[in-house]
Design a protein around this ligand. Structure first.
Ligand code: AHR
Length: 513
């Protein structure tokens, strides 16, 4: 009898383990924060073929262009609803002198790009070209100011050149001579980049003083919204830097704190972008999940000094970073983008959405031909990466109200190590449609998820999914459609409950009406 009882208990235990269930419980009644569209921002640096041959081919190119900017790129980025674009760096920003790159092309000053490969930078793409391009894209520009190698005067004059409508000085005259009478009203300004490293190897106290000096002289010239000044934050778990910046810069001077987070398996050998093992994939996913804690810890420090959350956390560089493609210039950071990157994107965007009370901008690094790109180009050819498709599927969350949710997830287990397998975020848009984005990072197992729709009255559900046969799958110039989203049939709606079955390593976005 005793044996029978033990056997029954053991059997129940085994059945419970086997039937372990993923749950997502949405509480729409508790919604209060909006997912800023700027979480879906991008970053473009004068690095490799991001600007030249990526965005910009020049007006004499046979590749169809508008003012030198590729039309195919404009079309693709408009479909993403690109909200904001950061430029000109990155590390390049702290070597950049904007006056070298304005006015007639033959009068511009070529420089050596000492940050990225010592190649000649002819400065044919400068401030006017960038800001006009942002208008074409319908994106807000975000300019990164040279703090490390520049001067306060240079920064103040840049603001004056682009923003001062009726200035009485030579900078406004110069803008008009360069063909632009009305200002661009640039709102977002980064004061330096990685000032603890390539931006000047400063310590936090020194940087704080630099920031205050720059912020004082960068004025808004009648732009009623004023400038949105973004200070340099940490790029690793250096919360002391955050503490120093937040405690020593008066809140009236700072609007954002920039942090950087790359998913890298090993900085001294980052591995191939396409020929990788499941163990490497697992490590990349654990680095991507680290972003959640990184944001939580930085936000906690910010909450101490800014309890009303006036200052935005701006993750203005994020994404996967691998070794460059064989045979390409190591300084150009050109890499392919596979399903692994789609998983980084889905997971990271869910993390940003769920932290939208503090994270109000993020910029994927980088838009074209560099790191985790959404677009790759080769002469007249263009290819959209799996990451592009995730950004496009998720753009329904832009400016929608975030619906809080609680997740209970199975583990993704490999070699005795565990990661949370499921990630999700949800929002309600201005027309009342609810969108739920779901990610299963488990490389080997499908996951069934029960979603409880608290406070949501829906009668229909539709969706799209990004999935593929192999983690390493990616799109090439020869086969551009290997990975593209398809309609999703693995979802059932039953009253207040959804049952969703996600294949291994897949990203789905559902729409409920
Ligand atoms: O995105 C590439 C580089 O990574 C950026 O220039 C720099 O800010 C970061 O270290």
């Amino acid at each position: 009898m005793k044996h029978l009882l033990l056997f029954t208990l053991a059997a129940c235990f085994i059945i419970t383990i086997a039937a372990a269930q993923n749950t997502v419980v949405i509480d729409a009644g508790a919604a209060k924060d909006t997912i800023s569209k700027n979480i879906y921002g991008h970053f473009a640096e004068h690095l490799g073929h991001c600007i030249y041959d990526g965005f910009y081919v020049g007006t004499n190119s046979s590749i169809p262009n508008k003012n030198g900017v590729r039309l195919d790129v404009i079309e693709a980025l408009r479909k993403l609803k690109i909200p904001v674009l950061r430029w000109p760096g990155g590390c390049f920003a702290d070597t950049y002198h904007w006056k070298d790159a304005i006015g007639p092309e033959d009068k511009r000053k070529p420089i050596e790009n000492v940050t990225w490969g010592n190649i000649r930078e002819d400065n044919s793409f400068g401030t006017n070209e960038f800001l006009d391009m942002c208008e074409l894209l319908g994106a807000d520009p975000y300019l990164a100011v040279n703090v490390g190698g520049g001067t306060v005067q240079e920064a103040a004059e840049w603001v004056q050149y682009v923003n001062h409508a009726n200035g009485t000085g030579y900078l406004t005259d110069m803008r008009k001579q360069n063909g632009r009478s009305t200002p661009w009203h640039v709102k977002y300004w980064g004061v330096g980049n990685e000032s603890w490293d390539c931006g000047g190897h400063m310590d936090a106290d020194y940087y704080v003083n630099e920031f205050k000096k720059y912020a004082t002289f960068m004025t808004s010239y009648g732009n009623s919204e004023g400038l949105f000044r973004i200070a340099v934050g940490p790029g690793s778990e250096d919360y002391k830097w955050t503490e120093t910046v937040m405690s020593k810069i008066p809140l009236r001077m700072i609007d954002g704190l920039s942090v950087h987070h790359y998913s890298v398996i090993n900085w001294s050998n980052k591995g191939s972008a396409t020929a990788f093992s499941e163990a490497e994939y697992f490590k990349t996913m654990s680095e991507a999940w680290r972003l959640d804690n990184f944001i939580t810890r930085n936000s906690a420090v910010m909450d101490k000094y800014d309890p009303e959350r006036k200052v935005a956390l701006v993750v203005d560089e994020w994404g996967g970073w691998y070794n460059v493609e064989p045979g390409t210039n190591p300084a150009f950071l050109y890499q392919q983008s596979s399903m692994r990157d789609a998983m980084i994107a889905g997971l990271s965007l869910n993390i940003f959405n769920n932290h939208c009370e503090r994270v109000r901008m993020a910029n994927l690094a980088q838009t074209i031909n560099v790191l985790q790109s959404v677009i790759l180009t080769n002469k007249e050819k263009i290819v959209l990466t799996p990451t592009y498709h995730v950004m496009e599927m998720y753009n329904v969350h832009q400016n929608a109200v975030m619906l809080p949710l609680k997740i209970t997830s199975n583990d993704y287990v490999l070699n005795g190590q565990k990661l949370t397998a499921i990630s999700a975020s949800a929002s309600r848009d201005k027309n009342g449609a609810v969108h739920i984005s779901l990610v299963n990072i488990d490389a080997g197992k499908e996951q069934t998820i029960t979603v409880t729709l608290g406070g949501i009255a829906a009668t229909t559900v539709t969706g799209r999914i990004l999935k593929s046969a192999h983690l390493q799958d990616h799109n090439t110039f020869e086969q551009p459609n290997t990975v593209t989203p398809v309609p999703f049939s693995g979802v059932r709606l039953n009253g207040q409950q959804l049952t969703v079955t996600l294949p291994p390593f897949s990203v789905a976005v559902l729409e409920l009406k």
